[in-house]
Design a protein around this ligand. Structure first.
Ligand code: GLC
Length: 399
């Protein structure tokens, strides 16, 4: 679960309201004093995560606004000086460590508050430095970011991964990631920071292809407009999200689904409903992902994704489900058993010739998918074979 949470939950419009609505940074700062999420209870967030089968959290320690959600000694602009006055990151990470949830930290390189960050009107930057600023990217990294990294990677227990956001493309400094790795051995670092990353982070999209060549974590918010809390958010449908979760995970990626808690600390009802609904599907089909490898390149049908675990193949049928059968060209072996994980029912399988396919070539066909009853869920069919079916045999071209 990705969590975008900060003082921008008070205006409740978008986490970048300061920049997107051209607010005065001085007016915006009032939210920092007001922020008082009295209903914040990290265990409630974790309950929701566990109900949905989510295993790790990625939390916005500092977003572009520059406000820090932990007890940092590097700026006054932090949670200890809010009405709340408690180290939110500490409360959250303690609860996560206690309950076996892995912790990822999101950290924005862009900073609309710090005097050294060069706000020069590039994308996601204020149009000009504020009065009194002293823009200097090297000082910003060496005297500010690095010290904050030290705090974040020292005071909050094991950190599993570090999610940089929006580094200035020209600024490269591998020593920053080296420092993170030194302080948190075994950590993974994403590809949006000042140094080489370990994994890719496509956003709000399913990249083309059948499997990821590099480690990938795709992120997506439950709301269409914002990552942070938006009072009048328009939410994605559960079906849309399940379809993209299934594709990303069947391609071998991780999926980071975002929610934006409100200013009191509560994850909005509608976001909770969406996460729970996805979780109900995920728990029925998750054996098709756990320890399984992407195998969609074994078949030619773009509407079906495959994953594989030893002798078992899992066919994931993209939604909307087009018909009550799928044909797994060019596989021509009959499985011992085909079970629709969504319902537990057994499905009929045949290896036969269908009128529209490769001439005279029998192909595995799976029948009786209750397409009209499963609206909103990706059907996942478990196919158990006697032996490993792993070779890709290119289909013969029609004469
Ligand atoms: C985009 C948004 C940013 C958000 C990030 C999450 O970059 O602009 O606000 O934090 O996506 O990946």
């Amino acid at each position: 679960m990705f969590v975008h949470w900060g003082i921008y939950a008070i205006p409740a419009w978008h986490e970048q309201i300061l920049w997107r609505r051209n607010m005065s940074p001085f007016d915006y700062k009032h939210y920092a004093k007001q922020f008082n999420p009295v209903k914040f209870n990290p265990h409630e967030w974790i309950d929701l995560m566990q109900e949905a089968g989510m295993e790790y959290i990625c939390f916005t320690t500092k977003h572009h606004d520059g406000f820090c959600m932990w007890d940092t000694k590097q700026t006054e602009y932090n949670i200890m000086n809010s009405a709340y006055g408690k180290d939110i990151l500490k409360l959250l990470t303690d609860a996560c460590h206690e309950r076996g949830i892995k912790v990822g930290l999101y950290y924005s390189c862009v900073d609309w508050d710090h005097p050294y960050y060069p706000n020069l009107g590039r994308s996601h930057e204020l149009s000009r430095p504020k009065p009194g600023d002293d823009p200097d990217i090297n000082r910003y990294y060496n005297e500010y970011v690095v010290k904050q990294i030290e705090e974040l990677c020292t005071n909050y227990g094991p950190i599993s991964y570090f999610f940089w956001d929006l580094n200035i493309a020209e600024y490269k400094d591998p020593s920053v990631n080296d420092l993170i790795r030194k302080l948190q051995p075994g950590i993974m670092i994403n590809d949006r920071g000042p140094g080489e990353g370990d994994y890719k982070t496509p956003e709000r999209s399913v990249p083309p292809g059948r499997r990821f060549e590099l480690p990938t974590e795709a992120c997506q918010s439950v709301g269409k407009h914002s990552w942070g809390y938006k009072q009048d958010e328009d939410y994605y449908s559960v079906a849309y999200l399940i379809n993209s979760i299934d594709k990303i995970m069947a391609m071998g990626g991780n999926y980071l689904l975002n929610v934006g808690p409100d200013a009191s600390g509560v994850i909005p009802e509608e976001a909770q409903r969406i996460v729970r609904s996805i979780g109900r599907w995920y728990k029925k089909v998750r054996e098709a992902f756990d320890d399984a490898v992407p195998a969609s390149d074994m078949i030619t049908d773009n509407n079906v994704m495959l994953t594989r675990k030893n002798h078992t193949l899992y066919a994931h049928v993209n939604i909307p489900v087009i018909s009550s059968s799928i044909v797994l060209t060019p596989i021509d072996v009959l499985p011992n058993k085909a079970v629709l994980l969504n319902t537990g029912q057994e499905l009929e399988t045949r290896v036969d010739i269908t009128p529209n396919l490769y001439k005279e070539k029998p192909i595995l066909r799976i029948r009786g998918i209750p397409a009209d009853d499963l609206t909103g869920e990706v059907p996942v069919i478990k196919l158990e074979f006697d032996e490993a079916i792993e070779k890709y045999v290119p289909p013969e071209k029609d004469a």
